[in-house]
Ligand binder design. Structure first.
Ligand SMILES: *[C@@H]1O[C@H](CO)[C@@H](O)[C@H](O)[C@H]1NC(C)=O
Length: 366
């Protein structure tokens, strides 16, 4: 699991090179010719918005085309939001008004976001944890994190596939499979395990079918699929993001977190979705630790200077000599070059028990 986290954070440099997807369907995004949709970041999108080179409608149109083309093979989107284009139009309108001098808009304004299918939305979409059992059911209200995204001006693009019922449907089920969506496919190596349970959220970001997405994690459900699909993701401390309106496995462990192509994008999403929510008690304690001015102030090029990082290899990392191991070690060199002190080969006492869900008590909690 530690390897999964580290490789997801390191995957920035890994995920740029692979262009396995063709641009030939880029027909409806007509006048956005100057804008590079592939690997677009929130910053590049906001700059293009500001310079009138791109609208939210064009961006949403690009992703909808992309979903239509790629989803039959990648199976990462369960539903697109029938209101996505209307929401994009509204975001474009508000931006035009804001230009007239009425305040500034946030980083997520007009940005399309895909939600894991266990995150409730009170709109035309289903919330079903990938299962047919809840199809057609209504939720009483948006999840808190969805409320936050909407008020930040984000466009809710659709619902992502996931390991059905967080993989608890059966002990034998493959990761990334659900009845509604079928088997989610790793876009980089189609025969590889895409991992789960936030499978569709990671695949869609990796394949440029959306800008950013939300996943949820009990125990590696964000970091594992983001690792396997070469994107960025992390599990916020439990309680930083409200779980109200989201299906849970364990209130003591579950957390909602961002999935994106860059660390900066993950931080912009985190800034919007954290916060105190009376409907989730755990947010009361955690909210005290949210820094004034949010997290983006820590996105600094010299951010690693003076930091002490422990490296736990055993039993997480690949044996030395593999390609993954040598890339891992190159990243450690990068960390050192940016001023971090590394304490390598840390050993964790009783790691075998800690990692065994039936011996560490986790199975009982779940
Ligand atoms: C939600 O599920 C129902 C089927 O039960 C389906 O008719 C409807 O199209 C779904 N909503 C969307 C937006 O796909």
């Amino acid at each position: 699991m530690a390897t999964a986290t580290m490789t997801s954070l390191f995957s920035l440099s890994l995920s740029v090179g692979i262009a396995l997807l063709s641009l030939s369907f880029l027909t409806t995004a007509v006048s956005a010719s100057e804008f590079t949709f592939q690997e677009a970041t929130i910053e590049s999108i906001q700059l293009a918005f500001a310079q009138n080179r791109l609208t939210s409608r064009q961006l949403v149109g690009f992703y909808l085309d992309r979903i239509q083309t790629l989803n039959p093979s990648l199976r990462c989107v369960l539903e697109v939001n029938p209101d996505a284009l209307a929401q994009a139009d509204e975001a474009d309108l508000l931006r035009a008004e804001a230009r007239g001098g009425k305040g500034t808009l946030g980083n997520l304004h007009g940005i399309p976001v895909l939600l894991k299918d266990s995150i409730g939305t009170d709109d035309k979409m289903n919330t079903s944890a990938g299962s047919y059992a809840l199809l057609g059911a209504r939720v009483p209200r948006d999840a808190f994190v969805v409320e936050r995204l909407r008020s930040a001006g984000a466009v809710i693009l659709g619902k992502a596939s996931m390991s059905e019922w967080y993989s608890l449907r059966s002990w034998e089920m493959p990761r990334g499979w659900c009845a509604r969506g079928g088997q989610g496919v790793n876009p980089y190596v189609k025969s590889e395990n895409p991992c789960g349970s936030s499978t569709g959220s990671a695949i869609a970001v990796a394949a440029n079918m959306v800008t950013v997405s939300l996943g949820t994690e009990t125990d590696s459900s964000i970091i594992c699929p983001t690792d396997h699909n070469s994107v960025v993701g992390f599990k916020p401390t439990v309680g930083l993001t409200s779980r109200a309106g989201v299906m849970l496995v364990s209130p003591g462990q579950d957390s909602i977190g961002p999935i994106s192509r860059t660390v900066s994008d993950a931080v912009y999403v985190l800034d919007v979705i954290v916060g105190l929510d009376p409907r989730d008690e755990a947010t009361g304690e955690a909210a005290k630790f949210i820094p004034m001015g949010g997290y983006k102030q820590f996105l600094r090029e010299d951010g690693l200077k003076g930091k002490r990082l422990g490296i736990v290899r055993n039993p997480f990392s690949d044996s030395r000599g593999s390609t993954a191991a040598s890339i891992f070690d190159q990243h450690l060199v990068t960390f050192r070059n940016y001023g971090a002190t590394l304490v390598d080969n840390l050993e964790i006492e009783n790691i075998d028990i800690i990692l065994n869900p039936s011996k560490n008590g986790e199975m009982g909690v779940l």
